[in-house]
Structures are given as C-alpha cells and as structure tokens.
Write a protein that binds this ligand. Sequence first.
Ligand SMILES: Nc1ncnc2c1ncn2[C@@H]1O[C@H](COP(=O)(O)OP(=O)(O)O)[C@@H](O)[C@H]1O
Ligand SMILES: [Mg+2]
Length: 279
Amino acid sequence: MHADTLLEAHDLVKDFGAASVIRGVSLRILRGETLGLVGESGSGKSTLARLLLRLLEPTSGRILFHARDQEAAGSLPDAVAGHAGKVYSLLDLNTRQMRRLRRRLCMVFQDPFAALNPRMTIRQILAEPFLIHHEQPPAGLSARLHELLVEVGLEPDALGRFPHEFSGGQRQRINIARAIALRPELLVLDEPVSALDVSVGAQVINLLRDLQQRYGLTYLFISHSMPLVRYLSHRIAVMQGGCIVESGAWDEVCHAPREAYTQRLLAATPEIPALERLS
Ligand SMILES: Nc1ncnc2c1ncn2[C@@H]1O[C@H](COP(=O)(O)OP(=O)(O)O)[C@@H](O)[C@H]1O
Ligand SMILES: [Mg+2]
C-alpha cells in the first residue's frame, strides 16, 4: 500500500452474460497524477471507468479509496472510517455512503451534447451538484457559479443561457465546470475531446492541465489517441480485450513498448500539431 495512492483496483472482472468484458484488471491511481488509459475502441476502457466509480457493479474484484486524514472524519460515517483506517472499500459502502463519496469521484463523458439537459439553464446545471449533495445553498452560490464559469474560461453571462446556445467545446467546458463544482479529488475523463475538432480539443486539454495544476486534481484520462495521452499523462496503462497488457511511466512504455499492440497504437495515431506546439 502506497501512502500517495488515491484509488486502487484489484482483479476487477465484469461479465455481461457470457461475455467477459473486463477480465481481471488491477491498477493504482496516485494522488495528483494523470494516469492515461489507452486502448482501441471496444477494449473496455469505458466499462472499466464506470466500474472504478461504481456506476456499474463489477462481477468480482475490489476497489479501494484512500482518504486523507482530515477528510475522513467529516464526510464519511465513522463506522466505515473506523473499519479499515482511512481506506474505504467502495464495494462495501451502502447507497447512502456511496453518495457521500461520489462527490469526490467525478466523471466527464465523451459526448458534450448528451451530457447536458437541454431544458436546463447553465445556472441550473451548475447548481445541481450543490443541491444533490445538500451542500448548503449558500448566499454565495451565485458568486460560486460565476467563479466556476471563469475557471473554465466561459463568460459569466452564460448562466442564463441554454446548452444549445453553446459550441461543442464550450459545452464540454460546462461539463468540466459541473464536474469540478464540489472540488472532487478524482476526475475520470472518458475521451473528453474525442467529439471535438482538434484545435478546440487542444484548448480543452490545456484547460484540464491548468485545472490539475491549480487544484491538485487527480485524473484518469481515457483516450484512444496516443498524442493526447502523452500530453497529459504521467503514467499510462494500455488496454486490450478487457485486460491491461502494459503499464508504466510514459517514457518506459513508449520508448520501449513490450507489446506489439502498444507499438501499433503508437504507429496508428498521428501527432497533433496544436498540442505539439504547446508542449
Ligand atoms: N451493457 C453491456 N452489455 C453487453 N456488452 C457491453 C455492455 N457495455 C459494453 N459492452 C461491451 O464491452 C466491450 C467494451 O466496451 P467499452 O467499455 O465501451 O470499450 P471502449 O470504451 O474501450 O471502447 C465492447 O465489446 C462492448 O460491446
Ligand atoms: Mg469508450
């Protein structure tokens, strides 16, 4: 057990009927890092992401969340805190406990259009996490929402508008604002720029990097694009057919890939000029 681990998974398996989609995955996400999860379409990346946040129940395996000392006492029941020190077994938490933990573990999905309710104003969308988690709607909620928009590079007058009034890149910024609203520790980013134009995506990637530095966020960054993963990730894990076939520091894995599959992924994806210039 490492002191700086945020989330770890052991032997995760997910079967859908006869199909085994996740076939024994173990991984560790360190506090403050970006772990890049890369693999071809259908290799199980999204399924694994949903398992890690318990949006989907695994068939078997364990998931451990490491809380910092000062966090543990306040926001989770003592019974759980006392049970295993400051390490929580996610799959042993009941619905209510899981709900309390969920605000620390957030997800941004690939499709910036599907993720936003078209009938809600941006104000309502961004206020939602505060309401769901019974965060005292403070007198300062409005100021906090303004601040959130500025943090993701949008104008505060966006609050009164509806999702359809924004471009794909702007909508993904709104999704990111909602995900960071309650200051989570882990953001799982499931192909967050795959639906965007390259240059717009590059700007969103830069925003994610800024936010990580500013708030010490931890990312699980999922992509099928090696250049994107390279730009953002400290370590990478390579997924194929429901297994992690190779993992380690970016340099180790990509300068001397042991798997032919990893070599193919590296060869298949062109460089992204907008990112290369910035790095
Ligand atoms: N609910 C489900 N029922 C059956 N099969 C599923 C389900 N969800 C995903 N799969 C299958 O699991 C495999 C991995 O899917 P996914 O996790 O979405 O991969 P990726 O995100 O890497 O593209 C695919 O073959 C997909 O068809
Ligand atoms: Mg996917």
